[in-house]
Unconditional design. Sequence first.
Length: 251
Amino acid sequence: MLWDALKISQPSVVACVGAGGKTSLIQSLAAAASVRGWPALVTATTKMFYSQVDGYGLVVADEYSVGITEVANVLQTGKTAAWFAGRDGEKVLGVPLAWIDSMAADIPNACILIEADGARRSLLKAPAAHEPLIPACTTATVGVLNMGAIGQSLAETNTHRLSLVSNIIKKQAGETIEWLDLALLAAHGQGIFQYARGTKVLLLSGAADMAARLAAKQIAGYSKLAGIGIARVVVTQGYGRAMRPIEVYEL
């Protein structure tokens, strides 16, 4: 199962960053936690689409005392809870960073799953200086990059914050994305693990074929040689609640 591949135990506070599979990761971890009977809470320090969370026991509250009470009530029913500070059209609004530290203290037996930055549905990204927003209580930061980007041309359509990505990988729009580019986004100080806390795990999503799996092995090798503290690389297939691990590389 995905929890086993990531080697994240219960309870835990997991910050998900990067692009190309963060929401699927959260949905799959929440589903697996439910199967195991683990209480789970989905939240964010950024915006998410309402459609991505409306299947949970949804709490929309901009006062901590109100929200934590409603979350506790949801968890007592055995459902996965999701807590957001408000709603803006098709999106729900993340909660203040300090609240998550309080949540971890107030519901210490829960798995708290956080979407900690946005990517505008891109396959790759590099964070701006103000992101990701990762709480101090985080036990693991999972950085996501999508293998489906390999072979595509670098462009606004597949890359969030293109200028920042270009600066890291030393490529311009129109050039072909290669496995090394994903490795650089994982290993660079201003890459997807910027401000990471706890154990760092690189998750490579969308490994559709053997070529992608070979590329993932190369990325894992580069990450190990880079010596930047990534504990393991998990390669996955599937989206939504069906994300599953197919390879794990311990670094």
